[in-house]
Design a binder for this molecule. Sequence first.
Ligand SMILES: Nc1ncnc2c1ncn2[C@@H]1O[C@H](COP(=O)(O)OP(=O)(O)OP(=O)(O)O)[C@@H](O)[C@H]1O
Ligand SMILES: [Mg+2]
Length: 289
Amino acid sequence: MYNAYFGFRENPFNLSPDPAFLYRSSQHEEALANLMYGVQSRKGFIVLTGEVGTGKTTLLECLRDYLDAQGTEFAFVFNSRITPAQFFEMIAYDLDLRCDRKSKTDVLFALNQLLIQQANEGRTTVLIVDEVHNLEWDVLEEVRLLGNLENPKIGKLIQVILSGQPEFDEKLDSPNLRQLKQRIVLRCQLKPFILEDSRDYINSRLAKAGMPNQTVFGDELIAEIHKRTQGIPRLINAVCDNLLLNCFALTLRRATVGMLDEICQDMRLEWSDGEKKPALPTLLEVKRA
Ligand SMILES: Nc1ncnc2c1ncn2[C@@H]1O[C@H](COP(=O)(O)OP(=O)(O)OP(=O)(O)O)[C@@H](O)[C@H]1O
Ligand SMILES: [Mg+2]
């Protein structure tokens, strides 16, 4: 709506996990490097956790681009409210397995053949599962069993990336998941941004959208945005998008703390000046909106 007014090529604060807008904070950079290294070196199970809205799916989308560029076969399970049967169907669909996709035995047989063929060609195969904290135990057990597919000479035939909210780490501590927990060889974690990252993140998104030297958000305002969003990228996007909209509606070129006050009230954002406390109800509301 305000793109023409500010001269943006596209919306700078889109809420979709778009790799083209990736801001490489040191932790995002490190997590992405770990995911790529884990896949390349056939590490087996890799876990990526982070609070709601910190960029997990964005990183998985970056990994997807990387795997595409490498010509590596992968399946991406993004809907975690599934039964074991649906899980196998999704894998078969993504990997284009020629078999009866409704038969677990057929899928496993075809998958095994694909994994061996890929391994013989010096390639690996990847399974990415997002929102893994929602997966039912029986599906998690199937995921674990897939990790057993290995060749004594080559190592793990399938690399499994499990991404989800921090409660997944707690879930892994439960006795019936200890076998899965033991297989995890690499863990990455995303935390909310520190102030410098929030500032660079906002500037980087504006620059990528076509405003290299932005003057819409002053330093003081950015510090307030950081405090009130607690450095959570999704909330920063929602707040900045609203600020730009306000500027456009009032034909102003600079956003103000007054505008931010109103937006935070509308979004029912909660923050504390001292120790951080997660504003979970607000995050969920923003996600649903
Ligand atoms: N490093 C980053 N660079 C660019 N944009 C980011 C980054 N991290 C997060 N975002 C943006 O923040 C928003 C939320 O990111 P994303 O959906 O990846 O979070 P998530 O951790 O998967 O959240 P959820 O727990 O709700 O699934 C998206 O708009 C995304 O583009
Ligand atoms: Mg996500």
